[in-house]
Write a protein that binds this ligand. Structure first.
Ligand code: AKG
Ligand code: FE2
Length: 349
């Protein structure tokens, strides 16, 4: 199988070469905010949501649901506690991710992405010659359901990686089901409505990111502004190095979260299903001149063949339908790799 030729960012850094121009990013000026990448940005207050409390019929439970509704309809992001995944397991995932990325290139290349595949280790796909590159190396794996795994991309080194990722995935799937149900409740819909539209063959896809230190953190981005194509995304940001920022009303905000909570941001699929009530936020990752940053993002992606469209209960005369029915397999509406920052715009009526 042919492998991509481009050097990984870690290789560019190790070779000590001059910063390649293809990494220089100029903001488009298109509602994207003109604040410097690493300037003094305001901090966003991300609501902390107790996942278990959302299912209590007490006053506290109802209050938690309305807190969720308010956070997701304004920022599209929450940090979730009481999620049922132990601190030790979250720390282990981070630790193993780091151990994988510090392996010699030759070892990591055993799991290298093939030209036609997005799974595996390496760079993101290059779709055009003028594509500005992100300062990130990543390992991308479909993790759920189990029969969709391609184990040839799953590292056997460091030891325990596969087993720990399996354990983490099974725990994440429980969080995902609960979160879908909670979002339905917060809109006064039947618990399973989002899960049903999302489909039986929906996947979890985990992206392990390393953002090496960058000589020009003022000119280069770890991830360009984008929204996720998922229904929502579970993120474990780096506990020590910040970098994730969200765009709201044309301004960038820094996101910092409490250790051992899980950050969940809504993606384009949920924006469509909720008829735009829940917003898929544009976000980016900025870099550090001295320190590397590691994060682990898990995307909940819809069944490729299911029609995704606004739920009936959320369309009315007062709130007309905003999106066409779309399928992941038909058009790249939800394709993260598209250069468009918000592929969802193609689905708008
Ligand atoms: O590195 C992060 O904190 C965010 C990653 C992200 O936005 C993505 O992988 O889509
Ligand atoms: Fe993202």
């Amino acid at each position: 199988m042919e492998k991509p030729k481009l050097k990984t960012v870690q290789e560019v850094v190790a070779a000590g070469e001059k910063l390649p121009e293809r990494y220089l990013y100029t903001p488009t000026g298109d509602g994207e905010g003109d604040q410097p990448f690493n300037g003094l940005l305001p901090e966003m207050k991300i609501s902390i949501i107790d996942l278990n409390l959302l299912f209590s019929s007490s006053d506290d439970g109802r209050e938690e649901l309305s807190k969720l509704h308010s956070a997701i309809s304004t920022w599209g992001v929450v940090q979730v506690m009481n999620h049922g995944i132990s601190e030790a397991l979250l720390d282990k995932i981070h630790e193993l991710t780091k151990q994988f990325f510090v392996l010699p290139t030759k070892e990591k290349q055993k799991y290298a992405r093939e030209i036609s595949s997005f799974q595996g280790f390496g760079n993101d796909m290059i779709l055009s010659d003028d594509q500005v590159l992100d300062w990130v190396d990543r390992l991308y794996l479909i993790t759920y359901p189990e029969d969709q795994r391609q184990l040839k991309f799953w590292p056997e080194n460091p030891s325990g990686f596969r087993e720990t990722l399996h354990e983490y995935t099974m725990k994440q799937q429980l969080v995902v089901e609960k979160f879908f149900k909670a979002l339905a409740r917060s809109l006064e819909l039947e618990d399973n409505c989002f899960l049903e539209m999302h489909g039986e063959n929906a996947t979890l896809e985990t992206r392990f990111n390393i953002y090496p230190p960058c000589p020009r953190p003022d000119k280069v981005l770890g991830l360009k502004p984008h929204s996720d194509g998922s229904a929502f995304t579970l993120i474990l940001p780096d506990k020590n190095v910040e970098g994730l920022q969200f765009l709201k009303d044309g301004k960038w905000y820094k996101a910092s979260i409490l250790p051992h909570t899980i950050l969940i941001n809504v993606g384009d699929t949920m924006e469509v299903m909720s008829n735009g009530i829940y917003k898929s936020p544009v976000h980016r990752v900025v870099l550090n001149g001295k320190k590397e940053r590691i994060s682990v993002a898990t995307f909940c992606n819809a069944d490729e063949d299911k029609e995704i469209q606004p739920l009936n209960g959320l369309v009315s005369e007062a709130r007309p339908r905003l999106y066409k029915a779309v399928k992941k397999s038909e058009k790249n509406f939800f394709d993260y790799y598209q250069q468009g920052r918000r592929p969802i715009e193609a689905a708008m009526i």
